[in-house]
Design a protein around this ligand. Structure first.
Ligand SMILES: Cc1cc2nc3c(=O)[nH]c(=O)nc-3n(C[C@H](O)[C@H](O)[C@H](O)COP(=O)(O)OP(=O)(O)OC[C@H]3O[C@@H](n4cnc5c(N)ncnc54)[C@H](O)[C@@H]3O)c2cc1C
Length: 522
């Protein structure tokens, strides 16, 4: 993950023809880069901002089959996702854990109804199942979730799904791609596609965002994995290209753990707007979400509306005996789903399929849209299979079904300090922590992050800015935006030392980060 060396692999060899260039460093693009590099293809990935800066770091953090899609009868999607859930748990056991969910029953029919549905979910998971679902009594439900609203509660249904840290997995995927020989570079924006005399796409023009340097890279095949921005890349190919994504905003709020005691998550299968709502324990806090509102334009920093916040607080209050108030919100984050337009353009976004779609333009540009985090590996496999055909690449089989992801470590204790680094934890302790005992200090008493992690992120995880560290190497911005603002000056000082930046850079970074983090508060 040496950024300078990776940039040199472009600038020092302008005539090099990469097998695959991937545009976009979210789950989809990073998955594609891992797949391509592990098949032995020369692979370059360009991300205009930071890895996972887009939708990828803003998910509900579930590795799931999707109970909602089951209710919608989208069985092939649920089946595929349940299989991929199992594959991801096998390949990244340091980041994905088995999470117990409880569907509380307040109507007489809810217990039996959801019990049958979840039994079907178990059957579909087959040997990839995480545990059998079961009906439980009112007492057992309250023992698992002591602060559930007791009024009218009849019982509950337990089931299991996966839970993960989305941005950490994205960083680990970038590292896996690099471990397999790919160049994966953040702050490298694709500004244009280049074409040969036949009008076929044969490369990209790039802007290195930090220095303003411009460069070109040639490729046998280019993959557009730009998420909500796929339309912009398609327009570089064909200015009149039809729109292929529908944008849907989902908002989450993060609350203190006291709002959801116990280890179980709550799943509310039918909210007042007909959606599913989750309240899930995550890094010692609780994530509540999400909403589904059509959005007009692609934005890297979408914001929640007052109605969305009100909906989340009101729905929480209906199920918890302690009603959360706006002042209790530690962080608000919104993300835009890039939904593939495959059917009726006029249906509500909550009903649009989460299946993925791969399109090949007459110029040979491959565009991949839709899908979800859980099935990123399968999406990547399909995209690279198609890329190999379009680019005439030497035949090579996909190996990611059994490819351990960087940091792979079995039997991780999810509560132990630094455990999210998986196998890298030992190196972190033996290098940064051993060289500088002062780096053991916490950056803020409210969050578990050490000063040492900043240096590690700069040296090994390509963190370039204060935001990269606070939002995606650590998850401070998402867990407690106020505390993260207080951490910013120390993070900027350490990063400046690591990256050779001056005082003006430090001041600018802290100001910029503070502005951003204010948008994560009410
Ligand atoms: C609210 C919400 C909750 C969700 N919850 C879940 C969940 O619990 N489980 C699940 O499985 N899925 C979930 N999803 C879906 C999942 O998060 C997305 O499917 C996935 O993250 C999409 O990744 P992506 O790589 O396609 O897009 P993105 O993450 O947006 O990545 C695209 C990248 O392309 C880059 N880019 C754009 N233009 C250029 C350019 N010109 N040059 C270089 N780079 C460029 C962008 O900067 C961006 O980083 C959720 C989605 C939302 C919105």
């Amino acid at each position: 993950m040496n950024r300078e060396r990776m940039l040199e692999s472009i600038t020092a060899h302008p005539d090099k023809v990469w097998d695959v260039i991937v545009i976009g460093g979210g789950a989809t693009g990073l998955g594609a880069a891992v797949d391509a590099a592990s098949r032995g293809y020369a692979t370059l990935l360009a991300e205009q901002a930071d890895f996972a800066k887009g939708t990828t770091s803003r998910s509900t953090k579930l590795v799931h089959g999707g109970v909602r899609y089951l209710a919608q009868g989208d069985l092939s999607l649920v089946f595929e996702a349940l299989h991929e859930r199992g594959v991801l748990m096998q390949n990244a056991p340091h980041l994905v854990r088995n999470q117990q969910f409880i569907i509380p029953a307040y109507e007489w029919w809810e217990g039996p109804f959801y019990n049958v549905g979840m039994k079907f979910y178990d059957v579909m998971a087959g040997k990839m199942g995480l545990g059998p679902s079961e009906s439980i009594s009112r007492e057992e439900t309250l023992a698992a979730i002591p602060n559930l609203d007791q009024k009218g509660l009849l019982g509950g249904v337990i089931y299991y799904d996966g839970q993960f840290d989305d941005a950490r997995l994205a960083v680990n995927l970038a590292q896996t791609a690099a471990d397999n020989g790919a160049a994966v570079i953040n702050y490298l924006r694709v500004t244009a596609l280049t074409k040969d005399s036949r009008g076929l796409v044969d490369g990209v023009e790039l802007l290195e965002v930090e220095s303003g340097a411009r460069m070109r890279a040639r490729a046998r095949v280019v993959i557009n994995a730009a998420g909500i921005f796929v339309g912009e890349i398609k327009a570089m190919d064909e200015p009149a290209a039809a729109n292929s994504v529908l944008l849907s905003r989902g908002v989450h709020i993060v609350l203190d753990k006291s709002f959801l005691q116990g280890e179980a998550a709550i799943m509310i299968p039918h909210t007042s707007d007909g959606r599913v709502l989750f309240a899930v324990p995550w890094h010692d806090k609780v994530i509540v979400g999400t909403t589904d509102t059509e959005a007009a334009e692609p934005l890297l920093e979408p914001r929640a509306s007052a109605e969305e916040l009100d909906f989340l607080l009101t729905t929480c209050a209906a199920y918890l005996n302690k009603d959360p108030q706006p002042a209790d919100i530690l962080s608000i984050f919104a993300g835009l789903r890039p939904l593939a337009i495959t059917s009726d353009r006029n249906m509500p976004t909550k009903d649009v399929t989460r299946k993925h779609q791969i399109l090949v333009s007459p110029s040979g540009l491959i565009t991949i849209t839709g899908g979800k985090w859980t099935i990123y590996r399968k999406m990547a496999e399909d995209a690279i299979d198609k890329a190999a055909l379009v680019g005439g690449l030497a035949e090579s089989k996909c190996v990611t079904g059994h490819l351990p992801i960087h940091g792979y470590l079995l039997n991780r204790d999810f509560d132990a300090p630094l455990s999210c680094y998986g196998a890298d934890r030992i190196q972190l302790e033996e290098t940064v922590l051993a060289q500088d005992p002062a780096s053991r200090a916490l950056l803020h008493p409210a969050l578990p992050y050490l000063r040492a992690e900043v240096a590690w992120a700069a040296r090994h995880e390509m963190a370039r800015t204060v935001e990269d560290f606070l939002a995606r190497r650590s998850r401070a911005l998402f867990l407690d935006a106020r505390a993260s603002m207080a951490m910013a000056p120390a993070v900027a000082e350490i990063l400046a030392r690591e990256l050779g930046r001056d005082r003006a850079w430090i001041t600018g970074q802290v100001e910029e980060y503070t502005r951003l983090a204010r948008g994560y508060l009410v």
